[in-house]
Design a protein around this ligand. Structure first.
Ligand code: GLU
Length: 513
C-alpha cells in the first residue's frame, strides 16, 4: 500500500514553526516513500475560523518549498479538501447516522447550562470532568424520540465502551491503553450539524486513504476516542505518530520569546528555506547518526519513524543561525546575488522590518532597513564592486537581512566611525604618520592584491620599529571600516581599491585633526 499522509491544519491564524515541523515530517515521509502528501483544511470550528489563514498556510509552505499532491488549491481525487465543503456535501452525516442506527452513538439533548452544572458538580466532587453518559447515553428510545419531537437541539456523541480496555499503538511511544470509563463520550456532530475534529478528521483519514497520521502529542489524550471510532466502523486505522512538543532552550514550551515562530517571519529575517527545513526536521527527529546538515534528498531518505523521539524537541535559534550561515557560505556568488536581490525586492521584507514590534534579539530594524536600501542601490550603481564585496561578508553573516549592515562600510562614501573604535585605535603617537604614509603609498596605484596590501603594511611596521603588527593594523582597520572588527583587512583593502582606500585614510586623518 503506498504511503498517503496529510497536513490537516485548522485555519485559525498564522502558520507557526510547530505546525511547520508537522508538515516537514509528513513531507519527508511522503518523499522518502514515493507517497502522496495532502493538504486538508479542517475548518469545522466556525468560531475560530480565520478567512486569511488558508492562504497564509499555502504561501508559507510554498516559500519553504513544500508541495502538495492533493489539496484545495491543487485538487485531487478526494475533493473537496475543506471540511466545511465536505459537510455541505453530506459526507459526515451519513456516517453519523450509521453509528446512531447501530447504537454506537447517541443523541444528547443537554442544554449549555446543564452541561455547565454537570462540570461544576464534577469539579466540586473532584471527579473526572467530561461527559460520561449524562441523561442520554442510556435513555430509552421513547425519551429520545420525545425530545426530538419537541425540537430540542442535540449533539451526537460517541458511546465509548465501558468495562473494557481501549488499546492503541503510537509509533513513537509504543502500546498505549486506557480504561473505557476514563474516556468521556466525545461529540461527533454539533448542534448546528457541523462535525467535530474527532469525527471529521477520522472519517476523512479513512476516506482519503491516509496511512500515517503525524500530529502533535497534545492529541494523545483524544487518541482513545479515535481508536473507538475506527473500531465502530470496522475500519483499519492509520499508523498514529504523535510528535513531541517543541520547547525552547530553557525547556519551556515554545513561544515568541524564543525567536520568531511565524514561518513567514523567518523569510523576512533572511533565513533560507532549505536550512530552515533541515533545522525543523531535527526538532524531535534524528537520522540515527551524527549527521545534522542534510539536503532534502538525504533527509527524505533517512527519515523514519524510529528516529522520532518522545522527549521534547529543542528549538535553538543559535543552531538555526549556524545552519543558515553554512547555507549562505555554500552559495555561489550568482546564487547569493539573486537571493539577495529577491529578498530586498520582496515587499514583505520591508513590511516586516518596518512593523516588527519585537525584533529578534540583537537586530535593529531601522539599521537593517537602511543597510538593505543601500545594498539595493549599490546593485544598481556599482554592481561589479558589490560582487567583490559580497564574498567577504558571505563568510561572516548568517542571514540575508544582515548583508545590508555588514556591507554598509564598503558602500558608504564616508564610513561612520564608531566612537569607541576611534578612541581605541587612533590614540597612538604613530597613527598620524602611519595613515599619512599609507595614503601617500596607495596614491596613483590602479589596483592592489591582498598580498600587496599586506606587504605594504608589514614593510611600514618593520621600517618604523613595530615588532607586533597589532598597533599598525588596528588604526588602518578603523580608517577603512569605522569599526574594530570586520573581514580580513588585506582582503577588504584590495576590494576597496586604491582610490577608496586613499580617501578613507585622508578622512581618518581629518578625524584625528
Ligand atoms: N486540525 C488539527 C489541528 O490543527 C490537526 C490535527 C491532526 O493533524 O489530526 O490541530
Amino acid at each position: 500500500m503506498s504511503v498517503r499522509v496529510r497536513f490537516a491544519p485548522s485555519p485559525t491564524g498564522l502558520l507557526h514553526v510547530g505546525a511547520l515541523r508537522t508538515v516537514v515530517f509528513n513531507d519527508l515521509f511522503a518523499r522518502g516513500h514515493q507517497g502522496d502528501l495532502l493538504l486538508r483544511i479542517e475548518d469545522t470550528d466556525r468560531t475560530r475560523y480565520n478567512a486569511d489563514s488558508e492562504k497564509e498556510f499555502i504561501d508559507s509552505l510554498k516559500w519553504v518549498g513544500i508541495e502538495f499532491d492533493e489539496g484545495p488549491h491543487v485538487g485531487g481525487a478526494h475533493a473537496p479538501y475543506r471540511q466545511s465543503e465536505r459537510k455541505e456535501a453530506g459526507i459526515y452525516q451519513k456516517y453519523a447516522d450509521q453509528l446512531l442506527a447501530e447504537g454506537k452513538a447517541y443523541r444528547a439533548f443537554e442544554t449549555a447550562e446543564e452541561l455547565d452544572q454537570m462540570r461544576e458538580f464534577q469539579r466540586i466532587n473532584k471527579m473526572a470532568t467530561g461527559y460520561f453518559g449524562g441523561d442520554w447515553r442510556d435513555a430509552s428510545a421513547e425519551k429520545t424520540e420525545a425530545a426530538l419531537a419537541e425540537g430540542k437541539p442535540f449533539v451526537v456523541r460517541l458511546k465509548i465502551p465501558h468495562g473494557v480496555k481501549i488499546k492503541g499503538v503510537d509509533s513513537v511511544r509504543g502500546n498505549l491503553e486506557w480504561d473505557g470509563e476514563t474516556v468521556d463520550d466525545p461529540v461527533l456532530i454539533k448542534a448546528d450539524g457541523m462535525p467535530t475534529y474527532h469525527f471529521a478528521a477520522m472519517v476523512d483519514d479513512h476516506l482519503m486513504g491516509i496511512t500515517h497520521v503525524f500530529r502533535g502529542e497534545e492529541w494523545i489524550a483524544s487518541y482513545p476516542k479515535h481508536i473507538v471510532l475506527f473500531e465502530a466502523f470496522g475500519w483499519t486505522p492509520p499508523v498514529f505518530v504523535h510528535c513531541p512538543v517543541i520547547v525552547g532552550t530553557d525547556g519551556k514550551k515554545l513561544s515568541k520569546r524564543h525567536g520568531a515562530t511565524r514561518v513567514l517571519d523567518y523569510a523576512a529575517q533572511g533565513y533560507l528555506p532549505q536550512p530552515l527545513k533541515n533545522f525543523v526536521a531535527l526538532i524531535g527527529w534524528s537520522p540515527g547518526d551524527e549527521r545534522e546538515v542534510m539536503n532534502d534528498v538525504d533527509m527524505a531518505t533517512a527519515f523514519n519513524l524510529k528516529g522520532i523521539q518522545p522527549s521534547p524537541g529543542r528549538f535553538d535559534m543559535e543552531k538555526l543561525d549556524w545552519m543558515n550561515g553554512l547555507a549562505i557560505r555554500a552559495m555561489s556568488i550568482d546564487e547569493l546575488e539573486a537571493a539577495l536581490k529577491q529578498f530586498i525586492a520582496d515587499p514583505w521584507t520591508t513590511e516586516y522590518w518596518t512593523t516588527v514590534e519585537e525584533p529578534p534579539a540583537g537586530k535593529n530594524p531601522k539599521a537593517i532597513l537602511k543597510g538593505l536600501k543601500l545594498l539595493e542601490s549599490a546593485f544598481e550603481t556599482q554592481p561589479e564592486f558589490v560582487r567583490q564585496v559580497l564574498p567577504l561578508e558571505q563568510q561572516r553573516v548568517n542571514t540575508l537581512a544582515d548583508f545590508g549592515t555588514a556591507c554598509e562600510f564598503f558602500l558608504l562614501d564616508e564610513v561612520e566611525f564608531d566612537s569607541a573604535a576611534v578612541a581605541k585605535a587612533f590614540a597612538g603617537d604613530h597613527v598620524k604618520k602611519l595613515l599619512g604614509d599609507m595614503a601617500y603609498q596607495v596614491s596613483g596605484q590602479n589596483a592592489m592584491t591582498p598580498a600587496e596590501c599586506e606587504a605594504m603594511v608589514k614593510d611600514w611596521a618593520s621600517a618604523n620599529g613595530f615588532e607586533k603588527i597589532g598597533p599598525v593594523i588596528m588604526p588602518i582597520r578603523v580608517a577603512m571600516t569605522g569599526q574594530l572588527s570586520g573581514p580580513g583587512l588585506f582582503d577588504l583593502m584590495s576590494v576597496l581599491g586604491p582610490q577608496r582606500v586613499k580617501a578613507r585614510f585622508e578622512r581618518a586623518l581629518e578625524q584625528i585633526g
